[in-house]
Ligand binder design. Structure first.
Ligand SMILES: O=C[C@H](O)COP(=O)(O)O
Length: 250
């Protein structure tokens, strides 16, 4: 039985006071037994958030990490630093990082290894562009990205990872993939994991859908056989909406 996971990806939004106020509002409400609730915030918010969620079941994640543990990499943050803060999750390979910050399948894989080296759970993002979908390449793109991301990871690590299937054309556009379409791709991704690690790992790995998920449609996604949660951008920014997402995931 996989525990559903709702992760809010705040992207480049919220100052420290705003982040603290958010947690005050969602405490006790965005906490539902049997659902994991994670906030992935900008680096600057992480120490305050780790402190603010103490005594709650809400977990904190970062949105990126460097694949080295330390060194002359101006402006970068390592897994060791994140773990030292008390962060539990880290998003890796989000399509915005692939598109704007030269993230590649190779760096995604190195970051997966770095996350596990430091006891962080990766939420690794895969998904196709609109033109790839229209050319019938959705599954091919997901196969290349998924297999590259997991290269060299052990079965135990793979079972622990979270995958977020995010069709790029559905991110922040209001155009979500239908729940059935998303489930079809996600069950294909689960089959890929089965091909790499066998059935036991495939049954354990959690796979989220991401792309214009809102309180109004979260239950539909969660009702699908292979969808284990959602990675949510815009709708995770308002406390009321985030609470409804977590409560709707049950
Ligand atoms: O990481 C989250 C995704 O990019 C989805 O963003 P969105 O919910 O605003 O479409």
């Amino acid at each position: 039985m996989r525990t559903p996971i709702i992760a809010g990806n705040w992207k480049m939004f919220k100052t420290v006071p705003e982040a603290k106020a958010f947690i005050e509002e969602v405490k006790g409400k965005a906490e539902v037994e049997g659902v994991e609730s994670v906030i992935c915030a900008p680096f600057t918010n992480l120490p305050a958030l780790v402190e603010a969620v103490k005594g709650t079941s809400i977990k904190i994640g970062a949105q990126n990490l460097h694949f080295e543990d330390n060194g002359a990499f101006t402006g970068e943050i390592s897994g060791e630093m994140l773990k030292g803060l008390g962060v539990d999750y880290v998003i890796i390979g989000h399509s915005e990082r692939r598109a704007y910050f030269a993230e590649t399948d190779e760096t995604v894989n190195k970051k997966m290894h770095a996350a596990f080296r430091h006891g962080l759970t990766p939420i690794v993002c895969v998904g196709e562009k609109l033109e790839e979908r229209e050319a019938g390449q959705t599954k091919d793109v997901c196969k290349v990205q998924t297999e590259a991301a997991f290269q060299g990871l052990s079965a135990d690590q793979a079972a622990e990872a979270v995958i977020a299937y995010e069709p790029i054309w559905a991110i922040g556009t209001g155009k979500s993939s239908t729940a059935q379409d998303a489930n079809e791709v996600i069950s294909y991704i689960r089959d890929l994991v089965k091909g790499m690690y066998g059935e036991d790992v495939a049954n354990k790995v959690r796979i989220q859908y991401g792309g214009s998920v809102k309180p109004e449609n979260v239950a539909e996604y969660m009702g699908q056989s292979d969808i284990d949660g959602a990675l949510v951008g815009g709708a995770s920014l308002q406390p009321a909406s985030y609470i409804q997402l977590v409560q709707g995931a049950k």
